[in-house]
Design a protein around this ligand. Structure first.
Ligand code: ADP
Ligand code: MG
Length: 319
């Protein structure tokens, strides 16, 4: 996760306005977190109840950001792990340990496309810093930053890193996890119809009055245009990874923030990958993975809408 400011126009997915029948009374609130604008929409309950719930949900999401970020001044156990001497086991809080376990599982399932130990390369490229890069790193620097494969290990209930270059970075999954925690807090406040939209990463519950929620997926090359609009209800997450939010062009080539762990270079397989999944955590991690490389067969609980490097749109069958 980064501490960088996003502009509203860069959101990867948007909630489409309701047209036609009378819209239910929505309660909206926006907070700045995780380097992006997080929009809360709750419907069908009194404003004061909704506002209390949103305040609690936002506090929980901020707690998650602080627990996982490797940027900024907060201290946390992820940074402590990244500073730990090689081959020395340290204890991580259950929450961090669990998300790391899941990340490593997704790394395996995605044949290495998703890599939670890519912190060295991410820091080198610097897309998540307050002064984003305008040129690629110097030749040789990427090779030097690359950690050996499988450098993070579970040793009984503790974790160690086998090499100094091995740095955890939950930037590809923690925003989704924060959204899931936010929704859990809203549910604990007995809210049944809501959306949390963190810069285009969305989880929704229930319905929008007497109709499904309407979600628009941003076109990866036509700013302000919707690639696809979807009606969704129940409890679903939809997250997009794209090459158009954080990028620079250098010598006519686009460089962006989602790296192929094989090369340490921006992945060139897609313009965007949108994943619909049962949780925002899974949707977030898998949208990053499937942006980078194909995975066959696609895990059963996932739906994918991908725009390839030439702009062609692929859509998986509905599970
Ligand atoms: P966004 O943060 O823009 O929503 P993603 O969810 O796709 O986009 O996550 C991109 C972030 O994930 C990067 O900023 C970096 O912190 C991290 N990252 C980059 N490449 C990978 C990768 N191959 N596997 C896991 N995380 C990655
Ligand atoms: Mg992601």
């Amino acid at each position: 996760m980064r501490l960088l400011l996003h502009r509203l126009s860069l959101l990867t997915a948007i909630m489409l306005p309701v047209s036609g029948c009378t819209a239910p009374a929505d309660i909206h609130d926006t907070r700045f977190m995780m380097g992006t604008l997080v929009e809360f929409t709750v419907t069908g309950i009194p404003r004061e109840t909704a506002e209390r719930a949103i305040t609690d949900a936002a506090a929980e999401m901020q707690r998650v950001e602080d627990a996982f970020t490797i940027y900024g001044n907060v201290s946390n156990t992820v940074k402590a792990f990244n500073a730990s001497p090689p081959n020395t086991a340290i204890t991580l809080p259950d929450e961090v340990s669990d998300l790391l376990e899941l990340s490593l599982q997704i790394q395996k399932q995605s044949q290495g496309a998703f890599d939670p130990a890519l912190g060295g390369e991410n820091l080198l490229w610097g897309f998540s810093t307050d002064s984003p890069p305008v040129t690629p790193p110097a030749a040789g620097a990427i090779d030097k930053a690359m950690a050996p494969a499988d450098c993070v290990r579970h040793v009984s209930s503790q974790w160690l890193r086998s090499d100094r270059r091995c740095l955890l970075d939950f930037g590809g999954i923690a925003k989704g996890y924060a959204i899931d925690r936010g929704i859990a807090v809203l549910k604990a406040h007995h809210i049944e119809n809501a959306i949390i939209n963190a810069g285009g990463d969305i989880r929704l519950i229930g319905r929008h009055g007497n109709r499904p929620w309407k979600i628009g997926i941003r076109h990866p090359r036509k700013a302000g245009e919707v690639l696809l609009s979807l009606s969704m209800e129940g409890d679903k997450s939809i997250v997009t990874s794209g090459d158009y939010e954080r990028f620079f062009t250098y010598n006519g080539k686009r460089y962006h923030h989602i790296l192929d762990p094989k090369s340490g270079q921006p992945a060139m397989y897609s313009q965007s990958a949108t994943v619909i999944a049962p949780s925002a955590t899974l949707a977030d991690a898998w949208s990053t993975a499937l942006f980078i490389a194909p995975v066959s067969p696609l895990p059963q609980s996932l739906q994918l809408i991908r725009v390839d490097a030439s702009g062609k749109v692929y859509r998986s069958a509905t599970p």
